[in-house]
Design a binder for this molecule. Structure first.
Ligand SMILES: [Zn+2]
Length: 659
């Protein structure tokens, strides 16, 4: 990456950009014009399960590249446990030089002399009396126990067992996954045997990976303890949402049962136009589909029955009467899905078709477009507070049916309890009167401008704490640049922060940021921290109502020269150039390490370079511009950037640049 620029250094100190380089006087002035969001949730949030006790035993798992330990998994282990065990062996080898064998649990018994690292529930863990309880751990919680010389790491489900492996590695070898291919661990060590007594349950039970650099590879996601795409929900013909037509395909059923569909054909009719006998038959069709998929996907707890992605609803007489009665189209959907869920739960309880009677299956529906508004009314409680209550008992969701709320129009630069965002917290509270658990789908990118930053750093920690404090959020998806294999604007840092804060909302975000910069940028950490802080400060400035007043939603037209003067972009690129100079000595000393650092720094150059080359093309000669754009495209391609906006291929930009 080489950029030839006209530097306007003299102007730089007029901007908030260069706080650290300016005199104290101008620093104070700069701070005055910054309007950082004040977190309103402070201190630790109670209610999580994070019991960690790790004490030395004086014994070793590996010593001087030797070990008698074996990794044990069940002979019926699924892919998740097999993968976790393989990764356990791999990282123990990288840290200690010893490759431990992976064996099956056939006829294995616990004894004081045996040396096992046991992954997941199997006959060995049963013999040792280790229990992994759903009520305590759910599908993703983990338990690690040392008994004699063996370590048992597992969960009720394979998701929890996988998490247990990475928790074990974090203590044993300092394993920390900062992102795709950004993994820290100790090397050339003897691995100590600790006396483990750990029970960890994530603050949000299901945590979906948010961005393309992680969700394209299930191992990368697992290492960060995210639930990989496609493994959280029972997929209905491959769809985890907007899937009602997969349960009840119009092409199969519409000719015989036109009453099952809205008159415009875009949605189901959830009342079968008022024909009770037909409605029962319709629910049975959905039930048969659900059964087949639940059997086929044994490690998914959640299943969704969610409307088609069209902002319409059935207008038949019966549906219209329900809408008038409840003030929302959500009522007919709730009643339909409660009946579907009754059938699913009864079927599981009877242990039919080989599905274990204790399997937990939870069905979700969408608060989305026509069903966003909950069927509740306001009442004043004894203390004079306004509370939400169901319009009637028939619209209370079953205990095993939950709502998924996706406030796409909220402002994620501020926390959810600030300003207009309170509307969404009201919606949350309304649905909480009907649904015992809430699934949250929130956002953290500018979907019109993927190559620009979105300053949700101000809201992340507070939002996670707020939602944990509500006590009923069971699933979280903080959507980033979902289909983008690599992203700029420190989006890769957000993935790391998500992985840690969704697991435990009480971790200190600033500490995580410092760890991330130290590991990911090495000797360039100070310069990259300067750039990061400067970028956040500038974003606060352009979003501030007293200054440039750019909107705070996820579709803002941030790609304007008004918001990014050329000297600001130039200044950031100077900082990045200094970061590259700082790592230069490694080019000869350790070329592999150098290229890792170089690439991570270059990822963060993509935003200011793109802005410069699109907003200020007139500042360059034709040949300069062509060269800079060609270099940009070269870096963007090799680093994995594919989109300039959601579903907007970067190749369109290259074509418009004629390169
Ligand atoms: Zn209808």
């Amino acid at each position: 990456m080489k950029l030839k620029r006209n530097l306007l250094l003299g102007l730089l100190c007029l901007s908030v950009l260069c706080c650290s380089a300016c005199s104290n006087g101008s620093q104070q002035k700069n701070e005055e014009i910054i309007n950082p969001t004040q977190p309103t949730v402070t201190g630790d949030i109670a209610g999580g399960t994070h019991q960690v006790s790790v004490t030395p035993t004086g014994k070793y798992i590996t010593q001087q590249k030797k070990s008698n330990y074996k990794i044990v998994i069940s002979k019926t282990a699924g892919t998740t446990v097999q993968t976790a065990a393989a990764d356990l062996a791999e990282f123990i080898k990288r840290a200690s030089g010893v490759k431990l064998p992976i064996i099956k649990d056939d006829n294995l018994k616990h004894s004081a002399d045996n040396e096992y690292l046991c992954v997941g529930k199997n006959s060995l863990s049963d013999d040792a009396g280790i229990e992994y309880n759903y009520d305590l751990l759910g599908y993703n919680g983990l338990k690690i126990t040392t008994k004699d010389k063996s370590v048992y790491m597992g969960g009720y489900d394979e998701n929890g067992s996988s998490n247990a492996v990475y928790e074990f590695l974090s203590h044993a070898i300092g394993f920390e996954a900062y992102g795709k291919d950004y993994i820290d661990y100790q090397t050339n060590i003897d691995i100590e045997l600790y006396d483990f007594d750990i029970t960890e349950v994530p603050d949000f039970q299901w945590r979906r990976s948010s961005s393309g650099s992680i969700n394209t590879n299930r191992v990368d996601a697992r290492r960060m303890r995210f639930n990989p795409d496609g493994e959280i929900f029972v997929m209905i013909d491959g769809l985890d949402c907007h899937n009602t037509f997969k349960y009840i395909p119009p092409e199969t059923y519409k000719s015989d049962h036109p009453e099952w569909f809205s008159n415009d054909g875009e949605q189901l009719c959830y009342t079968a136009h008022g024909d009770e006998k037909s409605l029962e038959e319709m629910i049975n069709v959905a039930f048969e589909k659900a059964k087949a998929e639940i059997i086929a996907q044994p490690h998914a707890e959640l299943i969704s029955f969610t409307q088609q992605d069209a902002n319409t609803w059935c207008q038949c007489e019966t549906c219209a009467a329900e809408r008038a009665k409840y003030g929302t189209d959500a009522a007919v959907m709730i009643k339909f899905v409660n009946r579907l869920d009754d059938k699913i739960q009864a079927w599981i309880k009877d242990n039919n078709d080989g599905v274990p009677a204790d399997r937990s299956v939870k069905t979700s529906i969408f608060a989305y477009q026509r069903t966003e508004k909950p069927p509740v009314k306001e009442e004043t409680d004894a203390s004079g507070n306004i509370v939400y209550v169901p319009v009637d008992e028939s619209v209370v969701l079953n205990d095993t049916v939950h709502i998924m709320i996706a406030p796409l129009s909220a402002d994620y630069i501020n926390p959810l309890n600030v300003g207009q965002n309170n509307t969404y917290l009201d919606m949350f509270d309304g649905w909480s009167a009907l649904s015992s658990q809430i699934y949250m789908w929130i956002y953290q990118a500018n979907y019109k401008n993927y190559l620009y930053p979105y300053n949700s750093f101000n809201s992340m920690s507070v939002n996670y704490k707020l939602l944990k404090d509500k006590g009923n959020v069971y699933y979280i998806f903080n959507q980033g640049q979902y289909g983008q294999p690599r992203s700029t604007g420190f989006n890769e840092l957000k993935i790391y922060l998500d992985s840690k804060m969704q697991w435990n909302v009480n971790v200190n975000m600033q500490t995580l940021i410092e760890k991330y910069f130290a590991f990911c940028y090495g000797d360039a950490a100070a310069e990259m921290t300067n750039y990061f802080n400067s970028m956040r400060t500038w974003l606060d400035y352009i979003h501030s109502e007293e200054h440039l007043n750019l909107g705070k939603g996820v579709y803002e037209e941030i790609n304007r020269s008004t918001y990014f003067p050329k000297n600001v972009l130039d200044g950031w690129l100077d900082t990045i150039e200094r970061a590259l100079v700082a790592i230069k000595p490694y080019e000869n000393e350790n070329y592999e390490y150098y290229t890792e650092l170089y690439d991570r720094i270059t990822v963060e150059s993509i935003f200011p370079r793109y802005a410069l080359l699109t907003l200020y093309s007139g500042y360059f000669s034709d040949s300069e511009l062509r060269q800079l754009r060609t270099e940009f495209a070269f870096d963007a391609r090799r680093l994995g950037f594919e989109q300039y906006q959601e579903n907007g291929p970067l190749t369109d930009v290259y074509t418009s640049w004629d390169i």
